[in-house]
Design a protein around this ligand. Sequence first.
Ligand SMILES: Nc1ncnc2c1ncn2[C@@H]1O[C@H](COP(=O)(O)OP(=O)(O)OP(=O)(O)O)[C@@H](O)[C@H]1O
Ligand SMILES: [Mg+2]
Length: 376
Amino acid sequence: MADDPEDGMLSWDESVFRDEHVFEIDYVPETFEHRESQMQSLQYALRPAVRGSRPLNVMARGPPGTGKTTAVQKLFDELSTQTDVRTVRVNCQVDSTRYSIFSRIFEGIFEYEPPSSGISFKKLFRQITEKLVEDDEVLVVALDDVNYLFYEGEASDTLYSLLRAHEAHSGAKIGVIVVSSDLNLDVIEELDGRVQSVFRPEDVYFPVYDQGEIVDILDERIERGFHDGVITSTVLDRVTELTAESGDLRVGIDLLRRAGLNAEMRASRTVSVEDVEDAYEKSKFVHLSHSLHALSENEEVLVRVIAEHDGEQAGEVYDAFHEETDLGYTRYSEIINKLDQLGIIDATYTNVDGRGRSRSLSLRYDPEAVLARLDD
Ligand SMILES: Nc1ncnc2c1ncn2[C@@H]1O[C@H](COP(=O)(O)OP(=O)(O)OP(=O)(O)O)[C@@H](O)[C@H]1O
Ligand SMILES: [Mg+2]
């Protein structure tokens, strides 16, 4: 019988999904519940820009998967469709130097890439500000995942240029939103004094969603993404529990999609709790995958080396790392710090007999899970 759920496979045109696209990583949700106060604070800070003045700067902070990027995307969509304010969001995971950030800004303003033939930073900067003055436009730049700029030691220079633009080029009006998901990083404290004196941002905090909020948000996504009756309330409860445990809404969204695929694999038109449990074996690593995919080649090499030398002393691990990359100890230490800050490894100081203090390096996840995701 064609519509017996237990009968072999769903045919090609059958699916539990109404619209699978709503579970994709870059989907911007149509409704954005439980972030009203954060959106209001952001709107308040940017309001002067709509009137042609320099807006207030903002620092948005909160753990992963709490809606920070979505808030910025929603706000920037509104600004670019309803006002003359220019907006550029830069993903600092990808663009983590001052130069590449300004290249992105250039691209956002001119709608083509800057010449790749090595134009100086100064020139790039001048072209951007001149264009803003000429068009009499206010620019708002969001440095998303700004914590990566700190790991690369590029944060102070980048912010300094953005915040002093109006002094370097009279009439240029730029506002900055920095977004950080690293709660151990004290953004203001880590900046140079010369930046601290000009950067006094409005603070907007994004707490983790509680269970009730998670249900609301996931329910809305289920409405759009699945056919009626595919997800029962028991299944939604389990997904919510697992999401709340991780604190990251991304886990819930990824769980729903994978559980849906598991149901289809069994040729079922409904998702079961077992589909969710199976999916969780992968979904619990979404954050790890996200962090790993943004690593440079040398950083990736170090993760692999640590996976093979899990728990060993930094000095011993260095020999293996150096053999593969030829990099020196200073760069090695910098990468260790970055991986530690990203929560991929644990680098704790221990006393080694007769040799003083040394760091032992271990992965915070099962080495096999890490290696599997690096090879994805
Ligand atoms: N209030 C909400 N309503 C609907 N979807 C949401 C809401 N908050 C977050 N999401 C969804 O959860 C996922 C994670 O959100 P987002 O990317 O904005 O988090 P983030 O705080 O920027 O995380 P990170 O710090 O890891 O970058 C996205 O898929 C987003 O669509
Ligand atoms: Mg984000």
